[in-house]
Design a protein around this ligand. Structure first.
Ligand code: MEV
Length: 424
């Protein structure tokens, strides 16, 4: 084993295979581990190498398909990439239970992204604000020149807003470029526009521009989903009322709202990842939006309609795209879009919103009735069986024993495996 060091001059220039060899040498990886890492599965090493830096391999997570979803009258199969058990099953179950009442209905507020240009060191910020607003047409021209392709596709500059913010170091003037990014997530487009516009803003105002970057609080790109669940279908009024009380809890308490929204993001992030989109951008936007009133609250709303049925709605920023980034380059992401039958970023965002709502329904129902562990344990038991060394049909046999015993632990799984193998 070579000396343990994190200084590897020229590492970034090596091909993935040689990088792996260097890391294996330094860290003493054994041959089987090295072989496993060399297998990049369905993401070719050269594609992975073009996506990020210092690539040595790829990291697989399970890709499942959520079934039963009817979204805006269409039957949709939804690919979900997640390491968490129960997530795919939960969406499928929730979607089945609202089919008799029409499935999910979705909408989108638009595809507008915001880029921010920060201006500091301006003695008269209010005056600067008006100067910038007067130059709206010049700003539009600069933005649209920066991305003529976006313009061709019907996107481009839409508006500006200019805010004066009080800060610890004095007032700053922040210009928002509001841009329709169409089928792109839009980060590259709006960041380039912000950088292109900044020198002109500095010149017009005499200030100094500092940051030029998009905002992930994409509150002009809200995806909306709603659905009704017949009270009889979901198990009666006590289930419905338990779910409403669970929602009220999230509305009243940020500790609960965080977990409530985490459940929503189980679905949202899984589809976002499966389609090669930026999960962190979506997550940051979701949580900031949930806190927009000053208190962190639920992203969903649950009510009872005039017929006594349960209605749920979800509204959240969903900045996802079909072009640019991994969505295009990752072959599995492309396949996932094909499976879903999605040909526009708007449709993708709307489907994701439906999944988020379904996920929340499933969590609230489980929590308000049997509790979450029962469903979790069946799948978790399989993980534990594999950890204990079970292979092939041993996995199900060990998992069944764990569930029947009501103790899902590795030591219990190892004992069950020994018994199944007749090892005493
Ligand atoms: C677990 O990943 C998600 C839940 O905790 C969500 C919730 O509590 O609403 C079950």
């Amino acid at each position: 084993m070579a000396e343990r060091t994190s200084r590897i001059p020229g590492f970034f220039k090596l091909p993935p295979d040689e990088r792996l060899a260097r890391v294996a040498e330094i860290t003493g990886l054994d041959d089987p581990t090295r072989q496993r890492l060399r297998d990049t599965g369905n993401l070719p090493a050269e594609v992975a190498d073009s996506m990020i830096e210092n690539v040595i391999g790829t990291f697989n997570v399970p890709l499942g398909i959520a079934t039963n979803l009817m979204i805006d009258g269409e039957e949709v199969l939804v690919p979900m990439a997640t390491e968490e058990s129960s997530v795919v099953a939960a969406v499928s179950n929730a979607a089945r239970q609202c089919r008799d009442s029409g499935g999910f209905h979705t909408a989108m507020s638009g595809a507008l992204m915001i880029a921010q240009v920060q201006l500091v060191d301006v003695p008269n910020p209010e005056f600067a604000r008006l100067r910038i607003l007067e130059h709206r047409d010049d700003i539009k021209a600069i933005c649209d020149d920066t991305d003529p392709v976006l313009l061709q596709y019907g996107g481009g500059f839409r508006d500006i807003e200019v805010r004066v913010l009080a800060s610890r170091t004095g007032s700053m003037v922040v210009t928002h470029l509001v841009v329709d990014t169409r089928d792109a997530m839009g980060a590259n487009a709006v960041n380039s526009m912000a950088e292109a516009v900044a020198p002109a803003i500095a010149e017009w105002t005499g200030g100094r521009t500092n940051l030029r970057i998009l905002s992930n609080l994409a509150d002009r790109r809200l995806a909306r989903a709603r659905a009704t669940w017949n009270t009889a279908t979901i198990g009666g009024e006590s289930v419905r009322d338990g779910m409403i009380a669970a929602y009220d809890f999230a509305e009243a308490d940020p500790y609960r709202a965080t977990t409530h929204n985490k459940g929503i993001m189980n679905g949202v992030t899984a589809v976002t990842l499966a389609t090669g989109n930026d999960t962190r951008a979506v997550e940051a936007g979701a949580h900031a939006y949930a806190a927009r009133t000053g208190q962190y609250r639920s992203l969903t709303r649950w009510e009872v309609d005039a017929h006594g049925n349960l209605t749920g709605t979800l509204e959240m920023p969903l900045a996802v795209g079909l072009i640019g980034g991994a969505t295009r380059s990752h072959p599995t992401a492309r396949a996932c879009l094909e499976i879903m039958g999605v040909t526009s970023a708007e449709r993708l965002a709307r489907n994701i919103a439906a999944v988020g709502l379904a996920q929340n329904f499933a969590a609230l129902k489980a929590l308000a009735t049997t509790g979450i562990q029962k469903g979790h344990m069946a799948l978790h038991a399989k993980n534990i069986a594999v950890m204990a060394g079970a292979v092939g049909d041993e996995v199900d046999r060990v998992a069944d024993e764990l569930v029947a015993a009501g103790t899902v632990r590795v030591d219990v799984a190892e004992a069950a495996l020994r018994r199944i193998r007749g090892e005493g």
